[in-house]
Design a protein around this ligand. Structure first.
Ligand code: NDP
Length: 251
């Protein structure tokens, strides 16, 4: 069950946090992974941390650029011989009030968190057809479900990625491509370390709001990612699954 031997995954933002946690899970399940990010030294360190020689490839790219997404898929397919899994994980946030955002900041959030997923999906389609199918895993957020302050662009992008997933799930069902979205709760990564600095009450607030009374770790996402990308979950498509210690069901 849940064996990914012989499969190749491209993980955007696979050089840090949740993406790296998922990539390590894929390698433990037998897959090979291409880790995508802009910062080369971070990429090399992430590759090293996979701990399995030959299982990984680092591809330096900025996934807000359509052509670079195409190059990422081409490099991964040329290196490994196929691409079977795409994880649209790269993301960022700029936290401020609605009236303070510039147009450039709005587009930076939307392009990083949402447009990139569309570009990478377009780019991987032919590789999936050559492989007789594939899996796309999008990374949403609790803000795919809820609203909050200082997060208009982020929440819009994370709501959008769930709907992009559903549309792709329907359109590509006939290609044997399954598309699902994970909705992480609060996970300890660089992204949330930044938020904790900005909002000193955040740490305690999340602990009291989360029934399991802890923050998640990047490897908390690995099990469900491996399962959804395995053959055993071929009949699951278009869903959005919280991985949140109960955060989204707290009354
Ligand atoms: P990190 O900041 O730890 O990692 C972000 C990753 O994305 C890095 O590898 C970064 O690499 C890459 N990245 C960012 N922008 C680009 C870009 N333009 N091109 C290529 N790569 C890029 O964040 P997390 O692991 O916390 O977040 C991963 C995903 O999970 C995001 O989509 C985030 O919104 C989502 N999420 C996180 C939660 C959390 O609590 N941590 C909760 C809910 C959702 P580099 O900078 O080198 O390019």
């Amino acid at each position: 069950m849940f064996d990914l031997t012989g499969k190749t995954a491209v993980v955007t933002g696979g050089t840090s946090g949740i993406g790296l946690g998922i990539a390590k899970g894929f390698v433990r399940a037998g897959a090979r992974v291409a880790l995508v990010g802009r910062d080369e030294s971070r990429g090399r360190a992430a590759l090293e941390s996979l701990g399995s020689k030959g299982a990984g490839l680092y591809v330096q790219a900025d996934i807000t650029d359509h052509d670079q997404c195409l190059r990422v898929i081409q490099e991964a397919e040329a290196h490994f011989g196929s691409v079977n899994i795409l994880v649209n994980n790269a993301g960022m946030n700029i936290r401020r009030n609605v009236e303070e955002y510039t147009q450039a900041q709005w587009y930076q959030i939307i392009d990083t968190n949402l447009s990139s997923a569309f570009y990478c999906a377009q780019a991987v389609r032919d590789a999936f057809v050559r492989a007789n199918g594939g899996k796309i895993l999008n990374i949403g957020s609790m803000l795919s479900l809820f609203g909050t302050t200082y997060a208009a662009g982020y929440a819009a992008s994370k709501g959008g990625i769930v709907q992009l997933g559903r549309a792709l799930a329907v359109e590509w069902a006939g290609l044997n491509v399954q598309v699902n979205t994970l909705l992480p709760g609060w996970i300890e990564t660089e992204l949330t370390a930044e938020a904790k600095l900005l909002f000193p009450d955040l740490e305690a607030g999340i602990l009291s709001r989360t029934p399991q009374a802890r923050w998640g770790r990047p490897d908390d996402l690995a099990g469900i990612a491996v399962a959804l990308c395995s053959r055993e979950c071929d009949f699951i498509t278009g869903v959005a699954i919280p991985v949140d210690g109960g955060y989204s069901v707290q009354g």
